[in-house]
Write a protein that binds this ligand. Sequence first.
Ligand SMILES: [Zn+2]
Length: 255
Amino acid sequence: MKSRSVYRAQYDHQAAAAKARARRGVWVAAALYPARESAKGAALRVPSATGMPAYAPAGEFEAYAARHPEGWSLWVRSVAGEGPVPDLPETMTVRVTSRGDGPGYSGVGIVTVTVEARCPMCGGPRGWDTVKPNRFAEDGEWYTADTWENPCGHLDLYPAVLQESRLRPLPRPATRELPKPPPEIEAPDPSSPAGIILAAAQGWRGMHAAQAARLLDEVHGLTVEAERIRAELRVRKGHMSAKAAAYLLHCWGDS
Ligand SMILES: [Zn+2]
């Protein structure tokens, strides 16, 4: 006898779409696929309703595919109508307790981990927006770990979350570390490369380091300084303001 997936019997696209339409912005489980490619492919087609008429007309649904103990699950939500819906982050960073791996150790430690913002039991969104600190006392010491509630109802236990963070290293952190704002440079020489950039940046809100580099070599013929900025820009993957570039040049000038 052929085995029937419970999931397949339980979910169909028409029903999922109807359920999602009834609660705009809320993610709904739509289907389970044995292969990652099938689930990812479906997730790509849902927004345009390509070959998936349940989600027509195009532009009314969002979708994602997530790991599921029995394969890959497809989740959809309705975005039809006015107003933005909150973005669903890929990952979440939380503090969990760690009780040590050794048999002789019984103390508690707090570890900050980054895990997928998807429930490992069903692939639904984790309660990334419900995370709150929980202070507790143990052996006369105070500790703070995070708690959260998953909308699907599945419970995340700290040992499992810790294990997950170790087994599934994530390519991207949940929060990108923002570059620190450059310290103010005290009275730079206005004819120095840093001074030229700072003077330009004063009247140019949001001036980028790439624009500072162009200013230096195209207007002032300072090609060496411009190249220094561009080299740093490559290291920082394009994230640098003109003011930060001025600060770098200022520091280089001192060394
Ligand atoms: Zn779940």
